[in-house]
Write a protein that binds this ligand. Sequence first.
Ligand code: SAM
Length: 206
Amino acid sequence: MVTHIVTNHPDEWDARYSSAEQVWSGDPNGALVAEVASLPPGRALDVGCGEGADAVWLASRGWAVTAIDVSAVALDRAEQHARDAGVDVTWVRTGLVEANLPARGFDLVSAQYPALLRTAGGDAERALLRPVAVGGELLVVHHEVTTDEAHAHGFDPLMFIMPADVATLLDDDWEVLVDERRDRTIAGGAGAHHAHDLVLRARRLR
Ligand SMILES: C[S@@+](CC[C@H](N)C(=O)[O-])C[C@H]1O[C@@H](n2cnc3c(N)ncnc32)[C@H](O)[C@@H]1O
């Protein structure tokens, strides 16, 4: 049985992950690979890392990776994935907004299909921007989800922030490198039915 995420409580995510041996494909996300493969490795933060495929891919390319998620079940799997791959990743069980992340401490902040709650003050959006170093990049990717699709899956589409919400906070300190909708192909996993990605990539200039 698929557990629908209605309140975004960590227990819901643990239940979702516990409902299957593996939820996602196990492969790094296509948008991450497309945007980051040519970057020199540095310090990376993976927000909402899930079962860890992106973090493991980054670490295998020489990035020093910190990966955060609210689900202990997902993080246990991610740790095992890293062990199997022979790479080190710093895994932290925390929500993004509550995390004590160093300001401007990462050369890459990647959030792939993050389930970050929308708040009046834009807390999640600001928490994504804050850890990006000068010269570093922010990559936020989400599914394009129609209202009907969201309702069919039992959640309110306005509940979660989207790349466009982050883009509205990018001022003159930022250069937008990519802000587009693109086709998405993925071999398997629970998100395989989503056909389009919304991709925001920006560099902090100062
Ligand atoms: C749709 S999944 C995406 C997982 C992974 N990025 C991927 O692409 O396979 C969203 C993830 O965000 C995590 N999550 C939910 N709320 C969070 C929060 N406030 N801070 C960090 N992670 C969160 C969930 O536990 C889940 O693993």
